[in-house]
Write a protein that binds this ligand. Structure first.
Ligand code: ADP
Ligand code: ADP
Ligand code: ZN
Length: 214
Protein backbone atom coordinates (compact mmCIF):
# COMPACT_ATOMS: atom_id res chain seq x y z
CA UNK A 1 0.00 0.00 0.00
CA UNK A 2 1.37 3.39 -1.02
CA UNK A 3 -0.53 6.25 0.58
CA UNK A 4 -0.20 9.95 1.17
CA UNK A 5 -2.07 11.70 3.99
CA UNK A 6 -2.74 15.38 3.51
CA UNK A 7 -4.50 17.89 5.71
CA UNK A 8 -3.95 20.95 7.89
CA UNK A 9 -1.90 20.82 11.10
CA UNK A 10 -3.85 18.96 13.79
CA UNK A 11 -6.04 16.97 11.39
CA UNK A 12 -4.68 13.69 12.77
CA UNK A 13 -2.32 12.77 9.93
CA UNK A 14 0.46 11.59 12.23
CA UNK A 15 -1.94 9.62 14.43
CA UNK A 16 -3.58 7.88 11.48
CA UNK A 17 -0.29 7.31 9.63
CA UNK A 18 1.01 5.44 12.67
CA UNK A 19 -2.11 3.26 12.88
CA UNK A 20 -2.09 2.56 9.13
CA UNK A 21 1.63 1.78 9.16
CA UNK A 22 1.10 -0.78 11.95
CA UNK A 23 -1.91 -2.25 10.17
CA UNK A 24 -0.08 -2.78 6.86
CA UNK A 25 3.38 -3.40 8.31
CA UNK A 26 4.94 -0.58 6.31
CA UNK A 27 6.85 2.53 7.42
CA UNK A 28 5.23 5.79 8.36
CA UNK A 29 7.22 8.64 6.88
CA UNK A 30 6.66 12.07 8.40
CA UNK A 31 8.49 14.97 6.77
CA UNK A 32 7.76 17.11 9.84
CA UNK A 33 9.46 14.52 12.07
CA UNK A 34 12.45 14.15 9.74
CA UNK A 35 12.89 17.92 9.59
CA UNK A 36 12.65 18.22 13.39
CA UNK A 37 15.26 15.45 13.73
CA UNK A 38 17.58 17.31 11.36
CA UNK A 39 17.00 20.46 13.39
CA UNK A 40 17.88 18.74 16.67
CA UNK A 41 20.93 17.14 15.09
CA UNK A 42 22.04 20.64 14.18
CA UNK A 43 22.90 19.86 10.56
CA UNK A 44 23.01 22.68 8.04
CA UNK A 45 19.83 21.37 6.45
CA UNK A 46 18.19 21.29 9.87
CA UNK A 47 19.18 24.87 10.65
CA UNK A 48 17.91 26.08 7.30
CA UNK A 49 14.60 24.22 7.68
CA UNK A 50 14.20 25.39 11.27
CA UNK A 51 13.95 29.00 10.17
CA UNK A 52 10.80 28.24 8.20
CA UNK A 53 9.29 25.82 10.71
CA UNK A 54 9.51 28.28 13.60
CA UNK A 55 7.35 30.66 11.59
CA UNK A 56 4.89 27.96 10.55
CA UNK A 57 5.91 28.37 6.91
CA UNK A 58 6.60 25.62 4.41
CA UNK A 59 10.22 24.56 4.09
CA UNK A 60 11.42 25.07 0.47
CA UNK A 61 10.49 22.29 -1.94
CA UNK A 62 14.05 21.30 -2.89
CA UNK A 63 14.96 20.55 0.75
CA UNK A 64 11.86 18.47 1.47
CA UNK A 65 11.88 16.66 -1.87
CA UNK A 66 15.53 15.74 -1.28
CA UNK A 67 14.88 14.10 2.09
CA UNK A 68 11.84 12.19 0.84
CA UNK A 69 13.74 10.97 -2.22
CA UNK A 70 16.47 9.58 0.04
CA UNK A 71 13.99 8.02 2.44
CA UNK A 72 11.94 6.27 -0.26
CA UNK A 73 15.09 4.72 -1.71
CA UNK A 74 15.46 2.80 1.56
CA UNK A 75 14.66 -0.92 1.25
CA UNK A 76 11.94 -0.83 3.91
CA UNK A 77 9.71 1.14 1.49
CA UNK A 78 9.74 -1.60 -1.13
CA UNK A 79 6.33 -2.96 -0.12
CA UNK A 80 4.74 0.40 0.58
CA UNK A 81 4.71 3.41 2.87
CA UNK A 82 2.43 5.96 4.48
CA UNK A 83 3.60 9.50 3.77
CA UNK A 84 2.42 11.94 6.41
CA UNK A 85 2.62 15.66 5.63
CA UNK A 86 4.08 15.23 2.15
CA UNK A 87 3.31 16.40 -0.49
CA UNK A 88 2.22 19.86 0.63
CA UNK A 89 2.69 21.61 -2.71
CA UNK A 90 1.90 20.63 -6.29
CA UNK A 91 5.63 20.71 -7.08
CA UNK A 92 6.17 18.12 -4.32
CA UNK A 93 3.31 15.99 -5.68
CA UNK A 94 4.88 16.04 -9.15
CA UNK A 95 8.29 15.18 -7.70
CA UNK A 96 6.76 12.25 -5.82
CA UNK A 97 5.20 10.92 -9.02
CA UNK A 98 8.60 11.10 -10.70
CA UNK A 99 10.33 9.30 -7.79
CA UNK A 100 7.75 6.50 -7.82
CA UNK A 101 8.01 6.13 -11.56
CA UNK A 102 11.76 5.60 -11.19
CA UNK A 103 11.00 2.81 -8.72
CA UNK A 104 8.33 1.38 -11.06
CA UNK A 105 5.64 2.04 -8.45
CA UNK A 106 2.50 4.15 -8.15
CA UNK A 107 0.35 5.63 -5.39
CA UNK A 108 -2.76 3.72 -4.34
CA UNK A 109 -4.58 6.71 -2.84
CA UNK A 110 -4.26 10.23 -1.46
CA UNK A 111 -6.33 10.77 1.67
CA UNK A 112 -7.38 14.21 2.89
CA UNK A 113 -8.42 14.38 6.53
CA UNK A 114 -11.01 17.11 7.16
CA UNK A 115 -11.58 18.71 10.57
CA UNK A 116 -13.26 22.06 11.41
CA UNK A 117 -10.84 24.83 12.30
CA UNK A 118 -12.02 25.26 15.91
CA UNK A 119 -11.24 21.60 16.55
CA UNK A 120 -7.83 21.88 14.86
CA UNK A 121 -6.96 24.66 17.31
CA UNK A 122 -8.03 22.52 20.29
CA UNK A 123 -6.08 19.53 19.03
CA UNK A 124 -2.89 21.52 18.44
CA UNK A 125 -3.06 23.40 21.74
CA UNK A 126 -3.21 20.12 23.69
CA UNK A 127 -0.83 18.02 21.59
CA UNK A 128 2.06 16.34 23.44
CA UNK A 129 4.80 14.41 21.66
CA UNK A 130 7.29 11.87 23.04
CA UNK A 131 10.78 13.21 22.51
CA UNK A 132 12.13 9.68 22.19
CA UNK A 133 9.75 7.52 20.15
CA UNK A 134 7.52 10.17 18.57
CA UNK A 135 4.28 8.80 20.05
CA UNK A 136 1.47 11.36 20.08
CA UNK A 137 -0.85 12.29 22.93
CA UNK A 138 -3.39 14.96 23.77
CA UNK A 139 -3.78 16.54 27.21
CA UNK A 140 -7.57 16.01 27.14
CA UNK A 141 -8.49 13.71 24.23
CA UNK A 142 -5.73 11.13 24.64
CA UNK A 143 -3.83 11.68 27.90
CA UNK A 144 -0.85 9.49 28.84
CA UNK A 145 -1.36 7.13 31.81
CA UNK A 146 1.25 8.94 33.90
CA UNK A 147 1.37 12.73 33.59
CA UNK A 148 3.96 13.81 31.03
CA UNK A 149 5.49 10.34 30.53
CA UNK A 150 5.21 8.25 27.37
CA UNK A 151 3.11 5.06 27.77
CA UNK A 152 5.32 3.25 25.25
CA UNK A 153 8.84 4.15 26.31
CA UNK A 154 8.58 6.21 29.51
CA UNK A 155 10.41 9.22 28.08
CA UNK A 156 9.22 12.71 28.87
CA UNK A 157 6.49 14.33 26.73
CA UNK A 158 6.75 17.85 25.43
CA UNK A 159 4.78 20.44 23.55
CA UNK A 160 6.15 21.24 20.11
CA UNK A 161 7.43 24.77 19.82
CA UNK A 162 5.17 25.49 16.86
CA UNK A 163 2.13 24.31 18.88
CA UNK A 164 2.46 27.18 21.33
CA UNK A 165 -0.86 28.97 21.66
CA UNK A 166 0.43 32.23 20.18
CA UNK A 167 1.67 30.45 17.03
CA UNK A 168 -1.26 28.20 16.22
CA UNK A 169 -3.58 30.65 14.45
CA UNK A 170 -0.84 32.00 12.20
CA UNK A 171 0.32 28.49 11.41
CA UNK A 172 -3.20 27.40 10.47
CA UNK A 173 -3.58 30.49 8.28
CA UNK A 174 -0.34 29.64 6.49
CA UNK A 175 -0.65 25.89 6.14
CA UNK A 176 -4.37 25.13 5.82
CA UNK A 177 -4.56 26.90 2.45
CA UNK A 178 -1.80 24.68 1.06
CA UNK A 179 -4.09 21.66 1.13
CA UNK A 180 -6.56 22.64 -1.64
CA UNK A 181 -4.20 22.66 -4.65
CA UNK A 182 -2.61 19.36 -3.63
CA UNK A 183 -6.05 17.80 -3.11
CA UNK A 184 -7.07 19.04 -6.57
CA UNK A 185 -3.95 17.48 -8.10
CA UNK A 186 -4.96 14.08 -6.74
CA UNK A 187 -8.65 14.59 -7.56
CA UNK A 188 -7.61 15.10 -11.18
CA UNK A 189 -5.58 11.89 -10.99
CA UNK A 190 -8.60 10.01 -9.62
CA UNK A 191 -6.74 9.15 -6.38
CA UNK A 192 -8.38 11.47 -3.85
CA UNK A 193 -10.31 10.15 -0.85
CA UNK A 194 -11.80 12.93 1.30
CA UNK A 195 -12.33 11.67 4.85
CA UNK A 196 -14.22 13.21 7.76
CA UNK A 197 -11.55 13.47 10.45
CA UNK A 198 -13.86 14.12 13.42
CA UNK A 199 -14.83 11.55 16.02
CA UNK A 200 -12.57 8.99 17.68
CA UNK A 201 -9.22 7.85 16.27
CA UNK A 202 -10.69 4.43 15.55
CA UNK A 203 -13.74 5.89 13.80
CA UNK A 204 -11.46 7.93 11.55
CA UNK A 205 -9.24 4.90 10.88
CA UNK A 206 -12.29 2.84 9.91
CA UNK A 207 -13.38 5.55 7.45
CA UNK A 208 -9.94 5.65 5.88
CA UNK A 209 -9.70 1.87 5.58
CA UNK A 210 -13.18 1.78 4.09
CA UNK A 211 -12.13 4.22 1.38
CA UNK A 212 -8.98 2.38 0.28
CA UNK A 213 -8.66 -0.04 -2.61
CA UNK A 214 -8.69 -3.69 -1.46
P1 ADP B 1 1.66 19.05 11.56
O1 ADP B 1 1.76 17.64 12.11
O2 ADP B 1 1.27 20.04 12.61
O3 ADP B 1 0.80 19.12 10.32
P2 ADP B 1 4.30 18.60 10.58
O4 ADP B 1 4.95 17.92 11.72
O5 ADP B 1 3.81 17.77 9.45
O6 ADP B 1 3.12 19.49 11.12
O7 ADP B 1 5.26 19.71 9.97
C1 ADP B 1 5.93 20.62 10.82
C2 ADP B 1 6.57 21.71 9.97
O8 ADP B 1 7.54 21.12 9.10
C3 ADP B 1 5.62 22.45 9.06
O9 ADP B 1 5.03 23.57 9.71
C4 ADP B 1 6.54 22.89 7.92
O10 ADP B 1 7.27 24.05 8.29
C5 ADP B 1 7.52 21.73 7.83
N1 ADP B 1 7.09 20.73 6.83
C6 ADP B 1 6.66 19.46 7.07
N2 ADP B 1 6.35 18.82 5.94
C7 ADP B 1 6.59 19.70 4.94
C8 ADP B 1 6.47 19.65 3.51
N3 ADP B 1 6.01 18.55 2.89
N4 ADP B 1 6.84 20.76 2.81
C9 ADP B 1 7.29 21.86 3.41
N5 ADP B 1 7.43 21.99 4.74
C10 ADP B 1 7.07 20.91 5.51
P1 ADP C 1 -1.29 16.11 12.41
O1 ADP C 1 -0.19 15.14 12.17
O2 ADP C 1 -2.28 16.16 11.28
O3 ADP C 1 -0.81 17.48 12.77
P2 ADP C 1 -1.74 14.66 14.91
O4 ADP C 1 -1.89 13.24 14.53
O5 ADP C 1 -0.45 15.11 15.47
O6 ADP C 1 -2.15 15.60 13.65
O7 ADP C 1 -2.92 15.03 15.93
C1 ADP C 1 -3.01 16.33 16.52
C2 ADP C 1 -3.48 16.19 17.97
O8 ADP C 1 -4.84 15.75 17.99
C3 ADP C 1 -2.69 15.19 18.80
O9 ADP C 1 -2.58 15.67 20.12
C4 ADP C 1 -3.54 13.92 18.76
O10 ADP C 1 -3.39 13.15 19.96
C5 ADP C 1 -4.95 14.50 18.67
N1 ADP C 1 -5.86 13.67 17.89
C6 ADP C 1 -5.57 12.92 16.79
N2 ADP C 1 -6.68 12.28 16.33
C7 ADP C 1 -7.69 12.66 17.13
C8 ADP C 1 -9.11 12.36 17.18
N3 ADP C 1 -9.68 11.55 16.28
N4 ADP C 1 -9.83 12.94 18.16
C9 ADP C 1 -9.26 13.78 19.06
N5 ADP C 1 -7.96 14.10 19.07
C10 ADP C 1 -7.18 13.55 18.13
ZN1 ZN D 1 7.85 7.33 23.74
Amino acid sequence: MRLVLIGPPGAGKGTQARLLGERYGIPQISTGEMLRDAQHAGTELGREAGRYMAEGRLVPDDIVIGIVDQRLANGDCRNGFILDGFPRTVAQARALDAMLERHGAALDAAVTVEVPRAELVERLAGRLVCGQCGAMYHRTFDPPKRPNACDRCGAVLAQREDDREDRIERRLDQLAKEVAPVAQYYRDAGLLRAIDGTGSRDAVLARILGSLPA
